[in-house]
Write a protein that binds this ligand. Sequence first.
Ligand SMILES: Nc1ncnc2c1ncn2[C@@H]1O[C@H](COP(=O)(O)OP(=O)(O)OP(=O)(O)O)[C@@H](O)[C@H]1O
Ligand SMILES: [Mg+2]
Length: 251
Amino acid sequence: MKQPAVDQAATPVLEVADLTKHYGDRMALDHISVTFSPGLTGLLGPNGAGKSTLMNLIADNVKRECGTITYGGQDILTLGRAFRQQLGYMSQEQGLYEQFSAREFLQYMANLKCLPRASARSQIEQLLQTFHLQRDAHRKLGGFSGGMRQRVLLCQALLGSPRVLLLDEPSAGLDPQERLNLRSYLANLARRRVVLLSTHIASDVESIASQIVLINQGRLVTEGSPAHLMQTAGAASLEQAYLYLVGAQQP
Ligand SMILES: Nc1ncnc2c1ncn2[C@@H]1O[C@H](COP(=O)(O)OP(=O)(O)OP(=O)(O)O)[C@@H](O)[C@H]1O
Ligand SMILES: [Mg+2]
């Protein structure tokens, strides 16, 4: 798949600098500095690398300790609501209201995001259709399968067409068809947005990412285009490059 052209001028850049986070005496992020330009950034790293911590800090779900996060040159904490309105976030572990139907849940989330009712209704129907949930939209979430729940969570992150999207392992639990569907949807969506997507499946982002950020043990290992990483590692696929670059770090 050809990488989509990105309209860099239209969307502000998200930048983290010197970001550090401890949980007790465990260092989850160690002075990370990265610029996320419009387009899709694949965030790769082994379990415990710090991917979710990075997203949680950008979403301001965990308290920042040291470093800065700016959007269009302004700190996101100063921007406050103005930044939150631009942000769509799908966290790795998120509870659902089991008694709500998928449609009710999305309506509830649209209310929280203060979306106008008519526009919310059409967006919800569009998203349900895109992610093949329309037939089940009236069913209670408590009876949804893992992959279906994952798609509902994706829909809520996409409500309101946010210009910054944080997707923490969105393809976890999706069947191959739904993974493919998500990939082509995001390839198109990322043209004018900053999309940060974490995954363990390098092939999910190899063809659609303009940038890969590889982290391990809270540190930035390397960043660059998928082609650049493959070239650096002398690898035929991004997964091989990932294994080589992470492996090269092991003592
Ligand atoms: N709430 C927490 N309390 C204590 N330690 C935490 C907490 N959240 C994360 N950590 C620790 O911070 C480090 C980074 O965790 P994080 O969840 O960011 O990794 P990850 O890259 O998202 O991993 P995974 O691929 O398993 O999702 C790990 O050592 C983890 O144990
Ligand atoms: Mg995680």
